[in-house]
Design a binder for this molecule. Structure first.
Ligand code: IMP
Length: 425
């Protein structure tokens, strides 16, 4: 039985949830492996729109088990809201949701710290203000609070006190004396939120590995995208976790030998939200047109996304660092009315052409895109479910993405619904 990964190939918002929802029917378990409520995964099923931040998109399929892996930082308040929403939609899930006891908890002071740093900084990352960076910082400083700590609350207040001590000093001195809640208040709040969630908490590495031994299949669900990876992305304009394939291993406790397919999701164009550059960004008017056509506004923050042409340099890098076995290309229908489509085949940095994604943020900031031009298809593509029936110009664009990146395009999404999806083989 297989264990596969679906992750973002670009800067997040590639339409991963749609692809995961499409594939989920073939898996027994869907496991989120990193990030937190910074993610906004939108699924359209049965004509209804669902937005998930923490719960894997597979929850919409009856019978599928959904795991919040150890690599996550979980905001219990956000999780509670999502659970309430599912209940309001009459989606039953209580025996299908599992939360890792090893996952870290986003505490109220992480969110305050995230906001305070962003407001004060002259070099803003443009975070989602969900406390992600500070929660991962505490994890690596070894003063984080995990789900397991909430199951054994005797020492919880003491641990929070220890973790809060330095932050109090920081808030007083660096962030205009802003006060943060007392440890006893944080402790009480968090335990109250955790009470109804307690029943979902399990030691997920044992659960996942036992399930795999019992021939159950697992789909690992990534959040954000390769360009936002803490190691490989455009540091410092990144998120604080490994969004790439290694994150699926460390964020789940499932070893390398179990994995078969690694599917990278890319949009037919590219978008980015928050700080950091998008080398292929369109000029303002054309960007507005693409943004409106693609509905490119953040699912978590509502922020308008920067939009640009497909960046082949960035995509090829994502293929390499993830060992992608397949590309899923979404939103190709957004180009239906376009006469010409452009593809960035190289960056020009200080007068020199390169097809390598730069490691220095200064080089990345100075990279000018070098484009190739493709003819558009100027006809509606939605509803086509057979690759052979795609217009020749669309096939040419897809074939080139495949050739340039060295990775087959296996899935093409031609619209928001499950049914608007075609397999290329
Ligand atoms: P953080 O993850 O909230 O710390 O934000 C760090 C960077 O990642 C910012 O540029 C965010 O806009 C970006 N980011 C975080 N989550 C997402 C996402 O789900 N989609 C797109 N961008 C994201």
């Amino acid at each position: 039985m297989s264990c596969d990964i679906v992750l973002g190939g670009q800067w997040g918002d590639e339409g991963k949830a749609k692809i995961i929802d499409f594939l989920s029917k073939d898996y027994d378990i869907i496991c989120r492996f990193q990030g937190g409520a910074n993610a906004g995964h939108t699924v359209v099923a049965g004509g209804k729109k669902f937005v998930f931040h923490l719960i894997p998109s597979g929850i919409l399929y009856p019978g599928k088990i959904c795991v919040l892996g150890n690599g996550l930082v979980i905001d219990l308040s956000s999780l509670t809201d999502e659970i309430k929403y599912l209940e309001s939609q009459n989606i039953s899930f209580s025996d299908r949701l599992k939360i890792s006891t090893l996952a870290h908890v986003v505490l109220p002071y992480h969110i305050l710290l995230d906001k305070a740093r962003e407001n004060k900084s002259s070099n803003k990352i443009g975070t989602t203000h969900r406390g992600i960076g500070p929660a991962y910082t505490d994890k690596f400083l070894r003063c984080g609070i995990r789900i397991a700590d909430l199951l054994n609350p005797d020492k919880l207040e003491e641990k929070i006190k220890e973790s809060i001590y330095e932050k109090k000093v920081l808030f007083q001195n660096a962030y205009s004396g802003q006060s943060i809640p007392e440890p006893s208040v944080v402790c009480e709040t968090i335990l109250k939120l955790f009470e109804p969630l307690k029943k979902y908490a399990i030691h997920t590495p044992y659960f996942l590995n036992t399930s795999i031994r019992q021939n159950k299949s697992v789909l690992m669900e990534g959040a954000q995208g390769a360009g936002l990876d803490i190691d490989f992305g455009s540091y410092p304009y990144v998120t604080s976790s490994n969004t790439t394939c290694g994150g699926a291993v460390t964020g789940s406790g499932v070893g390398l030998k179990n994995f078969s397919n690694i599917i990278g999701v890319f949009k037919a164009y590219i978008t980015r939200v928050g700080g950091g550059r998008l080398p292929t960004a369109l000029e303002e008017n054309n960007m507005k047109v693409l943004r409106e056509a693609g509905g490119e506004y953040g699912a978590t923050t509502g922020r308008p996304r920067n939009c640009g042409w497909f960046d082949g340099v960035q995509a090829k890098y994502a293929v390499i660092i993830n060992s992608l076995t397949q590309i899923a290309l979404t939103k190709i229908d957004i180009f239906d009315q376009y006469k010409k489509i452009y593809f960035c085949r190289a960056y020009k940095i200080k007068g020199k052409e390169t097809s390598e994604f730069p490691s220095s943020i200064e080089d990345f900031t100075n990279a000018d895109p070098v484009y190739m031009e493709f003819d558009g298809w100027e006809s509606p593509i939605a509803g086509i479910t057979d690759y052979k029936k795609l217009p020749d110009t669309a096939k040419k664009y897809l074939d080139f993405i495949q050739e340039y990146t060295g990775c087959p395009v296996g899935i093409v999404s031609t619209g928001p619904g499950r049914e608007d999806t075609l397999l290329c083989s």
